[in-house]
Design a protein around this ligand. Sequence first.
Ligand code: PLP
Length: 362
Amino acid sequence: MTDQRIYNFNAGPAALPLSVLEEIQASFLNFKNSGMSITEISHRSSYFDEVINDAVERVKRLLKLDDRFHVLFVQGGASLQFAMIPMNLLAPDDAADYINTGTWSTKAIAEAQKMGKSVHVVASSEDKNFSYIPQNIAFNPSSKFVHLTSNNTIKGTQFYEFPDTKGIPIVADMSSDIFSRPLPMEKFGLIYAGAQKNLGPSGTCMVIIRKDLVDSGNENLPTMLKYSTYSTKNSMYNTPPCFGIYTIDLVLKWIEEEMGGIEKMEEHNIKKADVLYDAIDASSFYTTTAEKYSRSLMNVTFRLPSEDLERDFVERANQHGLGGLKGHRSVGGCRASIYNAASMESMYALVEFMESFEKENK
Ligand SMILES: *Cc1c(COP(=O)(O)O)cnc(C)c1O
Protein backbone atom coordinates (compact mmCIF):
# COMPACT_ATOMS: atom_id res chain seq x y z
CA MET A 1 0.00 0.00 0.00
CA THR A 2 2.60 2.60 1.01
CA ASP A 3 4.58 1.87 -2.17
CA GLN A 4 1.57 3.13 -4.14
CA ARG A 5 1.78 6.54 -2.50
CA ILE A 6 2.69 9.41 -4.81
CA TYR A 7 4.98 12.37 -4.33
CA ASN A 8 2.35 14.83 -3.18
CA PHE A 9 2.88 18.52 -4.06
CA ASN A 10 -0.66 19.61 -3.24
CA ALA A 11 -1.06 23.12 -1.79
CA GLY A 12 -3.59 22.13 0.86
CA PRO A 13 -4.82 19.78 2.07
CA ALA A 14 -1.28 18.62 1.64
CA ALA A 15 1.20 15.85 2.35
CA LEU A 16 1.56 14.64 5.94
CA PRO A 17 4.55 12.70 7.31
CA LEU A 18 4.13 9.01 6.53
CA SER A 19 5.07 8.02 10.09
CA VAL A 20 2.23 10.18 11.40
CA LEU A 21 -0.28 8.55 9.06
CA GLU A 22 0.99 5.13 10.09
CA GLU A 23 0.66 5.96 13.77
CA ILE A 24 -2.92 7.13 13.19
CA GLN A 25 -3.64 3.92 11.30
CA ALA A 26 -2.11 1.70 13.96
CA SER A 27 -4.03 3.30 16.83
CA PHE A 28 -7.22 4.06 14.95
CA LEU A 29 -9.43 1.26 16.29
CA ASN A 30 -8.16 1.27 19.84
CA PHE A 31 -6.72 4.57 21.01
CA LYS A 32 -4.40 4.10 24.01
CA ASN A 33 -6.29 0.96 25.07
CA SER A 34 -9.51 2.88 25.46
CA GLY A 35 -11.33 0.37 23.28
CA MET A 36 -12.41 3.28 21.09
CA SER A 37 -11.13 5.27 18.15
CA ILE A 38 -9.90 8.83 18.65
CA THR A 39 -12.95 9.78 16.57
CA GLU A 40 -15.24 8.07 19.10
CA ILE A 41 -13.75 9.36 22.33
CA SER A 42 -15.41 12.08 24.44
CA HIS A 43 -13.66 15.43 24.32
CA ARG A 44 -14.38 15.60 28.07
CA SER A 45 -12.33 12.47 28.73
CA SER A 46 -8.85 12.33 30.20
CA TYR A 47 -7.74 10.71 26.94
CA PHE A 48 -8.53 13.82 24.98
CA ASP A 49 -7.31 16.18 27.70
CA GLU A 50 -3.92 14.58 27.34
CA VAL A 51 -3.96 15.03 23.56
CA ILE A 52 -4.86 18.72 23.56
CA ASN A 53 -2.53 19.58 26.43
CA ASP A 54 0.32 17.74 24.75
CA ALA A 55 -0.31 19.65 21.50
CA VAL A 56 -0.31 23.00 23.32
CA GLU A 57 2.91 22.14 25.19
CA ARG A 58 4.62 21.14 21.96
CA VAL A 59 3.64 24.43 20.30
CA LYS A 60 5.06 26.31 23.29
CA ARG A 61 8.33 24.35 23.22
CA LEU A 62 8.82 24.57 19.45
CA LEU A 63 8.21 28.32 19.29
CA LYS A 64 9.78 29.02 22.71
CA LEU A 65 6.59 30.76 23.87
CA ASP A 66 6.48 32.23 27.33
CA ASP A 67 3.38 32.49 29.52
CA ARG A 68 2.19 35.60 27.71
CA PHE A 69 0.63 33.49 24.95
CA HIS A 70 -2.46 31.32 24.57
CA VAL A 71 -2.54 28.48 22.05
CA LEU A 72 -6.08 27.98 20.73
CA PHE A 73 -7.82 25.69 18.25
CA VAL A 74 -10.69 27.29 16.35
CA GLN A 75 -12.87 26.03 13.51
CA GLY A 76 -13.77 28.02 10.39
CA GLY A 77 -10.30 27.90 8.87
CA ALA A 78 -7.92 30.80 8.38
CA SER A 79 -10.76 32.51 6.54
CA LEU A 80 -12.80 32.99 9.71
CA GLN A 81 -9.77 34.61 11.35
CA PHE A 82 -9.88 37.33 8.67
CA ALA A 83 -13.09 38.46 10.40
CA MET A 84 -12.46 37.39 14.01
CA ILE A 85 -9.24 39.39 14.26
CA PRO A 86 -10.70 42.84 13.51
CA MET A 87 -13.90 41.96 15.44
CA ASN A 88 -11.99 41.10 18.58
CA LEU A 89 -9.01 43.42 18.46
CA LEU A 90 -10.36 46.68 17.05
CA ALA A 91 -12.65 48.97 19.06
CA PRO A 92 -14.83 51.38 17.02
CA ASP A 93 -12.19 54.13 16.98
CA ASP A 94 -9.20 51.86 16.38
CA ALA A 95 -7.37 51.36 13.10
CA ALA A 96 -5.01 48.68 11.80
CA ASP A 97 -2.25 48.53 9.18
CA TYR A 98 -2.37 45.80 6.54
CA ILE A 99 0.31 44.73 4.08
CA ASN A 100 -1.16 43.37 0.85
CA THR A 101 0.97 40.64 -0.69
CA GLY A 102 -1.63 38.61 -2.55
CA THR A 103 -4.94 36.81 -2.60
CA TRP A 104 -5.11 35.94 1.10
CA SER A 105 -4.05 39.40 2.31
CA THR A 106 -6.61 40.92 -0.04
CA LYS A 107 -9.30 38.75 1.52
CA ALA A 108 -8.18 39.65 5.05
CA ILE A 109 -8.38 43.36 4.17
CA ALA A 110 -11.84 42.96 2.62
CA GLU A 111 -13.17 41.19 5.72
CA ALA A 112 -11.83 43.88 8.06
CA GLN A 113 -13.46 46.55 5.92
CA LYS A 114 -16.72 44.61 5.91
CA MET A 115 -16.68 44.82 9.71
CA GLY A 116 -16.65 48.60 9.25
CA LYS A 117 -13.10 48.87 10.60
CA SER A 118 -10.58 51.51 9.68
CA VAL A 119 -7.91 49.78 7.60
CA HIS A 120 -4.71 51.36 6.27
CA VAL A 121 -3.12 49.39 3.45
CA VAL A 122 0.43 50.59 4.17
CA ALA A 123 2.16 48.56 1.44
CA SER A 124 1.17 46.41 -1.50
CA SER A 125 2.96 44.47 -4.20
CA GLU A 126 -0.07 44.48 -6.47
CA ASP A 127 1.77 46.76 -8.93
CA LYS A 128 3.89 43.78 -10.00
CA ASN A 129 1.27 41.07 -9.70
CA PHE A 130 2.31 40.30 -6.10
CA SER A 131 5.69 38.93 -7.20
CA TYR A 132 7.66 40.46 -4.34
CA ILE A 133 7.59 41.34 -0.64
CA PRO A 134 7.49 45.12 0.03
CA GLN A 135 10.40 46.57 2.05
CA ASN A 136 10.93 49.73 4.13
CA ILE A 137 7.31 50.17 5.08
CA ALA A 138 6.17 53.16 7.16
CA PHE A 139 3.58 52.15 9.76
CA ASN A 140 0.99 54.30 11.51
CA PRO A 141 2.16 54.62 15.13
CA SER A 142 -1.42 54.64 16.42
CA SER A 143 -2.46 51.42 14.66
CA LYS A 144 -3.46 48.56 16.95
CA PHE A 145 -1.71 45.89 14.86
CA VAL A 146 0.04 45.24 11.57
CA HIS A 147 -1.43 42.38 9.57
CA LEU A 148 0.65 40.42 7.08
CA THR A 149 0.61 37.07 5.29
CA SER A 150 3.99 35.48 6.05
CA ASN A 151 3.90 33.10 3.09
CA ASN A 152 1.83 33.70 0.00
CA THR A 153 0.68 30.23 -0.96
CA ILE A 154 -0.69 31.25 -4.35
CA LYS A 155 1.89 33.81 -5.48
CA GLY A 156 4.94 31.93 -4.15
CA THR A 157 6.49 34.70 -2.05
CA GLN A 158 7.50 34.78 1.62
CA PHE A 159 8.69 37.24 4.26
CA TYR A 160 12.24 36.18 5.19
CA GLU A 161 12.46 38.87 7.86
CA PHE A 162 9.53 40.42 9.64
CA PRO A 163 9.34 44.22 9.43
CA ASP A 164 10.32 46.50 12.29
CA THR A 165 6.91 47.82 13.33
CA LYS A 166 8.30 49.90 16.21
CA GLY A 167 6.54 47.81 18.80
CA ILE A 168 3.14 47.50 17.12
CA PRO A 169 2.20 43.82 17.39
CA ILE A 170 2.27 41.88 14.12
CA VAL A 171 -0.76 39.74 13.34
CA ALA A 172 0.33 37.08 10.86
CA ASP A 173 -1.47 34.60 8.66
CA MET A 174 1.03 31.73 8.72
CA SER A 175 -1.26 29.10 7.22
CA SER A 176 1.35 27.91 4.79
CA ASP A 177 4.62 28.28 6.70
CA ILE A 178 3.95 27.81 10.41
CA PHE A 179 6.58 25.60 12.09
CA SER A 180 8.77 25.75 8.98
CA ARG A 181 11.30 27.95 10.83
CA PRO A 182 11.95 29.61 14.20
CA LEU A 183 10.12 32.90 14.82
CA PRO A 184 11.00 36.17 16.62
CA MET A 185 8.00 35.87 18.92
CA GLU A 186 8.59 39.25 20.56
CA LYS A 187 7.28 40.83 17.35
CA PHE A 188 3.95 39.00 17.27
CA GLY A 189 0.59 39.63 18.88
CA LEU A 190 -1.27 36.90 17.05
CA ILE A 191 -0.38 34.10 14.65
CA TYR A 192 -2.99 31.99 12.91
CA ALA A 193 -2.77 29.02 10.58
CA GLY A 194 -5.32 26.79 8.92
CA ALA A 195 -4.01 23.31 9.66
CA GLN A 196 -4.28 21.75 6.22
CA LYS A 197 -0.96 23.01 4.84
CA ASN A 198 1.72 22.36 7.38
CA LEU A 199 -0.03 20.88 10.40
CA GLY A 200 -2.74 18.31 9.81
CA PRO A 201 -6.15 17.80 8.23
CA SER A 202 -8.48 20.67 7.34
CA GLY A 203 -11.08 21.81 9.86
CA THR A 204 -8.81 23.22 12.57
CA CYS A 205 -7.17 26.61 12.72
CA MET A 206 -4.39 27.22 15.23
CA VAL A 207 -4.39 30.64 16.88
CA ILE A 208 -1.47 31.78 19.01
CA ILE A 209 -2.44 35.00 20.73
CA ARG A 210 -0.91 37.26 23.36
CA LYS A 211 -2.99 37.19 26.52
CA ASP A 212 -3.21 40.98 26.83
CA LEU A 213 -4.88 41.11 23.40
CA VAL A 214 -7.50 38.62 24.56
CA ASP A 215 -8.04 40.51 27.81
CA SER A 216 -8.47 43.89 26.10
CA GLY A 217 -10.60 42.44 23.29
CA ASN A 218 -14.22 43.17 22.47
CA GLU A 219 -16.43 41.17 24.85
CA ASN A 220 -19.65 42.07 23.10
CA LEU A 221 -19.49 39.36 20.44
CA PRO A 222 -21.22 36.04 19.77
CA THR A 223 -19.71 33.40 22.03
CA MET A 224 -18.06 31.36 19.31
CA LEU A 225 -16.47 34.42 17.69
CA LYS A 226 -14.71 35.63 20.85
CA TYR A 227 -11.13 34.59 21.64
CA SER A 228 -11.83 34.64 25.39
CA THR A 229 -14.33 31.78 24.92
CA TYR A 230 -11.47 29.63 23.65
CA SER A 231 -8.80 30.84 26.06
CA THR A 232 -10.87 30.34 29.21
CA LYS A 233 -12.04 26.84 28.17
CA ASN A 234 -8.81 25.43 26.67
CA SER A 235 -10.53 25.48 23.23
CA MET A 236 -13.29 23.22 24.57
CA TYR A 237 -16.28 25.49 25.15
CA ASN A 238 -18.00 23.30 22.59
CA THR A 239 -16.86 20.12 20.86
CA PRO A 240 -13.46 20.87 19.33
CA PRO A 241 -12.16 19.30 16.10
CA CYS A 242 -10.73 16.33 18.04
CA PHE A 243 -9.24 14.37 15.16
CA GLY A 244 -7.55 17.48 13.77
CA ILE A 245 -6.00 18.39 17.12
CA TYR A 246 -4.81 14.81 17.59
CA THR A 247 -3.14 14.81 14.16
CA ILE A 248 -1.55 18.19 14.83
CA ASP A 249 -0.10 16.80 18.06
CA LEU A 250 1.46 13.91 16.13
CA VAL A 251 2.87 16.24 13.46
CA LEU A 252 4.44 18.43 16.15
CA LYS A 253 5.88 15.33 17.82
CA TRP A 254 7.34 14.35 14.44
CA ILE A 255 9.02 17.77 14.14
CA GLU A 256 10.45 17.51 17.65
CA GLU A 257 11.47 13.87 17.73
CA GLU A 258 12.11 12.82 14.14
CA MET A 259 13.17 16.03 12.41
CA GLY A 260 15.24 17.33 15.32
CA GLY A 261 13.29 20.51 16.11
CA ILE A 262 12.40 23.67 14.30
CA GLU A 263 15.92 24.90 13.49
CA LYS A 264 16.65 21.60 11.77
CA MET A 265 13.29 21.82 10.04
CA GLU A 266 14.30 25.19 8.61
CA GLU A 267 17.66 23.87 7.38
CA HIS A 268 15.88 20.98 5.71
CA ASN A 269 13.36 23.31 4.07
CA ILE A 270 16.09 25.60 2.72
CA LYS A 271 17.94 22.64 1.23
CA LYS A 272 14.77 21.31 -0.37
CA ALA A 273 13.81 24.64 -1.94
CA ASP A 274 17.39 25.14 -3.17
CA VAL A 275 17.20 21.90 -5.13
CA LEU A 276 14.13 23.11 -7.00
CA TYR A 277 15.11 26.74 -7.49
CA ASP A 278 18.61 25.75 -8.64
CA ALA A 279 17.09 23.48 -11.27
CA ILE A 280 14.70 26.19 -12.43
CA ASP A 281 17.42 28.87 -12.49
CA ALA A 282 19.70 26.60 -14.54
CA SER A 283 17.02 26.15 -17.18
CA SER A 284 15.64 28.58 -19.75
CA PHE A 285 12.53 26.40 -20.15
CA TYR A 286 11.20 26.95 -16.62
CA THR A 287 10.90 30.39 -15.03
CA THR A 288 9.90 31.34 -11.49
CA THR A 289 7.13 33.89 -11.06
CA ALA A 290 8.43 35.39 -7.81
CA GLU A 291 11.36 37.77 -7.53
CA LYS A 292 14.50 36.06 -6.34
CA TYR A 293 14.73 37.66 -2.90
CA SER A 294 11.09 37.01 -2.10
CA ARG A 295 10.79 33.42 -3.28
CA SER A 296 8.88 31.11 -0.98
CA LEU A 297 10.53 28.09 0.59
CA MET A 298 7.11 26.43 0.76
CA ASN A 299 5.36 27.09 -2.55
CA VAL A 300 7.56 27.11 -5.64
CA THR A 301 5.58 28.76 -8.46
CA PHE A 302 6.87 28.48 -12.01
CA ARG A 303 5.88 28.76 -15.65
CA LEU A 304 6.66 26.85 -18.82
CA PRO A 305 6.92 28.43 -22.29
CA SER A 306 3.19 27.94 -23.03
CA GLU A 307 -0.07 27.03 -21.33
CA ASP A 308 -0.33 23.95 -23.51
CA LEU A 309 3.03 22.75 -22.24
CA GLU A 310 1.96 23.51 -18.68
CA ARG A 311 -1.15 21.36 -19.07
CA ASP A 312 0.91 18.58 -20.58
CA PHE A 313 3.53 18.91 -17.82
CA VAL A 314 0.98 18.55 -15.03
CA GLU A 315 -0.67 15.58 -16.70
CA ARG A 316 2.58 13.74 -17.46
CA ALA A 317 3.89 14.45 -13.96
CA ASN A 318 0.73 12.85 -12.57
CA GLN A 319 1.38 9.74 -14.63
CA HIS A 320 4.87 9.63 -13.10
CA GLY A 321 3.52 9.71 -9.55
CA LEU A 322 4.13 13.44 -9.02
CA GLY A 323 0.80 14.96 -7.97
CA GLY A 324 -0.62 18.42 -7.29
CA LEU A 325 1.65 20.49 -9.54
CA LYS A 326 -1.06 22.63 -11.10
CA GLY A 327 -0.91 26.31 -10.12
CA HIS A 328 -3.83 27.92 -8.27
CA ARG A 329 -6.80 28.43 -10.60
CA SER A 330 -6.54 32.21 -10.18
CA VAL A 331 -2.96 32.46 -11.52
CA GLY A 332 -2.38 29.38 -13.70
CA GLY A 333 1.11 28.01 -14.27
CA CYS A 334 2.63 25.36 -12.04
CA ARG A 335 3.28 25.15 -8.34
CA ALA A 336 5.16 22.67 -6.21
CA SER A 337 4.09 22.96 -2.58
CA ILE A 338 6.95 21.62 -0.50
CA TYR A 339 5.81 21.95 3.09
CA ASN A 340 7.57 20.38 6.07
CA ALA A 341 6.40 16.88 5.22
CA ALA A 342 7.72 16.92 1.64
CA SER A 343 10.89 14.82 1.50
CA MET A 344 14.22 15.55 -0.15
CA GLU A 345 13.62 12.43 -2.19
CA SER A 346 10.53 14.03 -3.71
CA MET A 347 12.60 17.10 -4.73
CA TYR A 348 15.04 14.89 -6.62
CA ALA A 349 12.19 12.98 -8.26
CA LEU A 350 10.58 16.24 -9.41
CA VAL A 351 13.83 17.71 -10.75
CA GLU A 352 14.57 14.53 -12.64
CA PHE A 353 11.13 14.62 -14.22
CA MET A 354 11.47 18.33 -15.06
CA GLU A 355 14.78 17.72 -16.81
CA SER A 356 13.45 14.90 -18.94
CA PHE A 357 10.27 16.85 -19.80
CA GLU A 358 12.40 19.80 -20.87
CA LYS A 359 14.58 17.63 -23.10
CA GLU A 360 11.55 16.13 -24.84
CA ASN A 361 9.76 19.42 -25.39
CA LYS A 362 12.42 21.97 -26.12
C1 PLP B 1 -5.04 28.27 2.50
C2 PLP B 1 -4.83 29.61 3.05
C3 PLP B 1 -5.88 30.33 3.64
C4 PLP B 1 -7.30 29.81 3.70
O1 PLP B 1 -7.39 28.85 4.65
P1 PLP B 1 -8.81 28.16 5.05
O2 PLP B 1 -8.41 27.35 6.23
O3 PLP B 1 -9.24 27.37 3.86
O4 PLP B 1 -9.76 29.24 5.38
C5 PLP B 1 -5.60 31.56 4.19
N1 PLP B 1 -4.36 32.07 4.16
C6 PLP B 1 -3.32 31.41 3.60
C7 PLP B 1 -1.96 32.02 3.61
C8 PLP B 1 -3.53 30.16 3.02
O5 PLP B 1 -2.49 29.51 2.48
